[in-house]
Design a protein around this ligand. Structure first.
Ligand code: PMP
Length: 456
């Protein structure tokens, strides 16, 4: 079939039948989507064969890069044995068992000893919320049902996750949601309601707000506080260094569980094997997905420590876990994860993220020469450039602004996929990115920013 005919069919079919996440379906009909057919390392290729630098690792998840033979081989070898067998009740499969051991060893510093697998990030968050609720019931404190989270937080799209999400955009169309969920300020040094620019004072204000919220609600009603170590979808909000230890102190004072949503930060992205470690805190529960197997097969995991696990272990207290998914511990997904995590460790990708991320952040400072750049921030390979209409007022340059459309289009023409979420240009490349890839990213960004100036 000639390429043009194939292209026509694929694009038409997409517009006719597919609903895409996170976009108005009418837009997909008007603007043909970029259709990716193939990947290789930090590059992907569209159906016309055009090559792009993947500066976002698809959805900040393809951490070891595309099409790694080690992972393909692991999946193929597992397929040769059995693709799937359930882990419900008392059945299991070897790749899931191996992965549970690997995760416990990897997160021994955080004292994680148990894992419940799922099919992705939203599932892992839902599992974390339910484990927290059941924990308190098993502890005889059944009034502890509420959750505190952060404005700008993103925790997936299930009803639990949507209820704790900090951005109303993910909530309003689906209300009413779960009661008992409360959001407090994010540790955003660039925009916060106090106009606070001192990191330590900002951290103290946030911890104080947590304290007051817990007291106001009544500590005996709060199950858990959940947050991302660095907020991702909310705009790469990097907290001050003192923030997490202060927050943990407040939670400990009131016995509240800490759930770390590590779905983006897990497995190296911000320069440590998990985000909590990067900030020197140990959560009680960790929700993980994405980088666990770099997206080769859908997989989520919820890890927890002995404080939580022991509640399920009390003699004479029935503690059936009436939660889990058909694909919890899917053998192909776990085989992919075992191969993926072997790469993460062998190539020390957390250290690489720190090194290449530092270089990326330094070079991105160059973008401040463009009037639209209000802030540049990040940690490891989780980076954002905040776009503004006016640097003094910090008025955001929000979509569908022509400048943003021109920026994304310009980058594509130059050979890179970039993502703008709200008014933030987000860069979250595979952790195997090199200094040369950073240089290429900057060449493309300069070209795209220059070309977009006429749309300002
Ligand atoms: N939590 C965080 C922090 C995320 O970034 C995401 C996805 N981007 C999720 C949860 C939800 O994960 P999924 O899309 O795999 O359901």
């Amino acid at each position: 079939m000639p390429l043009s005919a194939k292209t026509f069919d694929v694009r038409t079919g997409n517009a006719q039948h597919m609903f895409h996440p996170m976009i108005d379906p009418k837009v997909v009909r008007q603007v043909p989507p970029l259709i990716i057919e193939r990947g290789d390392g930090v590059h992907v290729f569209d159906i016309d064969g055009k090559r792009y630098l993947d500066t976002v690792a698809s959805l900040w998840n393809v951490n070891v890069g595309h099409n790694r033979p080690e992972i393909t081989e692991a999946i193929t070898a597992q397929l040769g044995k059995i693709a799937y067998y359930s882990t419900f009740q008392n059945t299991s499969n070897p790749p899931a068992i191996e992965l549970s051991q690997r995760l416990a060893a990897m997160f021994a510093p955080e004292k994680m000893t148990k894992v419940l697998f799922s099919s992705g990030g939203s599932d892992a968050v839902e599992t974390a919320l339910k484990i927290a609720r059941q924990y308190w019931k098993l502890e005889g404190q059944s009034e502890r049902v509420k959750f505190i989270s952060l404005k700008q937080g993103y925790h997936g799209v299930h009803f639990g996750g949507a209820s704790i999400n900090g951005n109303p955009a993910f909530r309003t169309a689906y209300e009413p949601l779960m009661p008992g969920c409360f959001q407090i300020e994010s540790p955003d040094l660039y925009r916060n309601p106090w106009g606070e620019t001192d990191p330590e004072r900002l951290a103290a204000r946030c911890a104080d707000e947590l304290e007051r919220t817990i007291q106001y609600q009544g500590a005996h009603t709060i199950a858990a506080f959940i947050a991302e170590p660095v907020q991702g979808a909310g705009g790469v909000i990097v907290p001050p260094a003192t923030y997490w230890p202060l927050m943990r102190k407040v939670l400990d004072k009131h016995g509240v569980l800490l759930i770390s949503d590590e779905i983006v930060t897990g497995f190296g992205r911000i320069g440590a094997m998990c985000g909590a470690r990067a900030w020197g805190v140990a959560p009680d529960i960790m929700a993980m997905a994405k980088g666990i197997n770099s997206g080769y097969v859908p997989l989520g995991a919820t890890l927890f420590n002995e404080r939580v696990a022991q509640a399920f272990d009390k003699p004479d207290v029935p503690a059936a876990l009436m939660h889990g998914y058909t694909y919890s511990g899917h053998a192909l997904a776990c085989a992919a994860a075992n191969a993926n995590l072997a790469i993460v460790e062998a190539e020390d990708l957390p250290a690489r993220a720190l090194d290449v991320g530092g270089y990326l952040l330094d070079r991105l400072e160059e973008l401040r020469r463009y009037a639209q750049v209000g802030d540049v921030r990040g940690k490891g390979l989780m980076v954002a450039v905040e776009l503004v209409r006016d640097r003094t007022t910090k008025a955001p340059l929000t979509p569908p602004h022509a400048f943003i459309g021109a920026l994304v289009k310009g980058a594509r023409e130059e050979g890179a996929i970039i993502r703008v979420q709200g008014n933030r240009l987000i860069l979250s490349p595979p952790l195997v990115f090199s200094h040369a890839d950073v240089d290429e990213t900057l060449r493309i960004l300069h070209a795209a920013f220059s070309a977009a100036q006429s749309f300002d």
